[in-house]
Design a protein around this ligand. Structure first.
Ligand SMILES: Cc1cc2nc3c(=O)[nH]c(=O)nc-3n(C[C@H](O)[C@H](O)[C@H](O)COP(=O)(O)OP(=O)(O)OC[C@H]3O[C@@H](n4cnc5c(N)ncnc54)[C@H](O)[C@@H]3O)c2cc1C
Length: 392
């Protein structure tokens, strides 16, 4: 008898689990509450689809912070190299950018997703869209659909329901109460890789929102992040900000404001800056002098003025951060199904024959390809465990 699997959630984690399970001979049905699959994956493609990262494994693992020991076996079972090879098999040749990040050459998700769905179709994976999982009724999975409620009683269930950022793309965190009702421990969902609020003056905000601070360093509490930071109407966002987002979020959670230390010239020493600024200003305006001496852009000059920092402080500009952007506007989600609630094959301890994978698990990581990599790796790992359990 062919064993059946229900995969709930048609994001990258769910689709990868469906691929491995169906290739292993299971009859797989994928359910999703949305009318089409992979909406967040497609959105990630708008930013180039950073699939993974090429850095050394020992450094790579550290990106997952306290969850690294839990994720290590999964990342080892399906590492970055396996992910890029898999993408190649779908016609998505990859390249490694100067930062070490790995992208498909097409810099978008849609061609890869099209080829992937064709493969799943060939492997006879069934899709049930507009099916919102509402929990269990007895042993059966219950779904709400526009045509009424339906149930399914598969041999194995894989939950791949995502986090709760950008809820209009499908993952809205509604599953947390469904699992808590079953006694599954859930670490509260929180924003990860989000922007932070800085109370810019109206003049500064109007003139500079949407402009990037290039190649800066941000420091907070002994942590440092290099990269770009974008000025927004509400404050700051972008790669360097996201890299510090977990520590900033946790510091803000204790109440009050925090001060972020911005270095506009991380590649110059304070001494080099002092020497350049000691040249005579001549007839130049201050902005012109700063442009010529240390290459300050109009945005950077105005940022000095906005924060009241003297020109010789451009390696340490204090920015008062008053809050974090909410989960709905974050790139990803921290918190989720606790690893204590899972066995070492990602099977829920309290709910029989049910596994959880992807962003709904309790891990977080910065942007840089670490998010998709962990989603794919947990999916492959759990699916292989299911196949070997069935075979034994
Ligand atoms: C703007 C943006 C850019 C990003 N860029 C990158 C990037 O470049 N690199 C990177 O590594 N990561 C990136 N990410 C993060 C990455 O897209 C996610 O980590 C990844 O999609 C999570 O995969 P998942 O399969 O676990 O969940 P999701 O992709 O969120 O899929 C979960 C699915 O479950 C469905 N679902 C939820 N609840 C139910 C229910 N009750 N019933 C039925 N279906 C349900 C949802 O509709 C959804 O389709 C980006 C995210 C955003 C928002």
């Amino acid at each position: 008898m062919t064993k059946t699997a229900a995969v709930i959630g048609a994001g990258p984690a769910g689709l990868m689990a469906a691929e491995v399970l169906s290739a292993g001979g299971m009859a797989v049905t994928v359910y999703d509450r949305m009318p089409s699959v992979g909406r967040k994956f497609l959105m990630a493609g708008r930013g180039g689809l950073n699939l993974t990262h090429s850095e050394r494994p020992d450094i790579f693992f550290t990106r997952y912070g306290p969850a690294a020991p839990h994720l290590r076996p999964m990342l080892q079972a399906f590492p970055p190299l396996a992910l890029t090879e898999w993408a190649n098999t779908l016609g998505a040749q990859t390249f490694t950018g100067s930062s070490g990040r790995i992208f498909p050459k097409a810099m978008k998700a849609s061609p890869l997703l099209r080829a992937w769905l064709a493969r799943l179709n060939r492997q006879k994976v069934q899709f049930r869209l507009r099916h919102e999982w509402r929990g269990w009724s007895g042993d059966a999975l219950g779904f709400h659909t526009p045509a009424g409620d339906v149930t399914d009683t598969p041999d194995v269930t894989v939950l791949a329901l995502g986090g709760a950022s950008w809820p209009r793309l499908g993952a809205n965190g509604g599953w947390t109460t469904l699992l808590q009702d079953k006694g599954v421990a859930i670490t509260p969902l929180r924003p990860a890789n989000m922007g932070f609020n800085v109370a810019w003056s109206e003049l500064f905000r109007t003139r500079f929102a949407g402009q990037p601070l290039k190649n800066v360093a941000l420091r907070f509490g002994g942590h440092i992040a290099r990269g770009d930071a974008m000025i927004t109407r509400y404050g700051l966002e972008g790669g360097a900000v996201y890299a510090l987002s977990a520590v900033l979020r946790d510091a803000l959670a204790t109440g009050g404001t925090i001060t972020l230390d911005l270095d506009l010239r991380p590649d110059l020493s304070q001494q080099q800056i002092a020497s350049r600024l000691s040249r005579p200003q001549g007839k130049d305006s201050l902005a012109n002098f700063l442009r010529k001496a240390v290459g300050l852009s109009p945005l950077e000059s105005n940022l000095l003025r906005e924060t009241g920092a003297a020109p010789d402080r451009l390696k340490s500009i204090p920015l008062t951060v008053t809050g974090a952007q909410p989960l709905a506007r974050a790139i990803s989600t921290a918190g989720g199904v606790s690893f204590d609630a899972l066995d070492d094959t990602l099977q829920l301890k309290g709910v029989s024959d049910t596994y959880a994978i992807g962003e709904m698990l309790d891990w977080e990581a910065p942007t840089g390809g670490y998010l998709l990599q962990a989603c794919f790796s947990t999916a492959v790992f759990a699916a292989r465990a299911i196949l070997s359990r069935i075979a034994s």
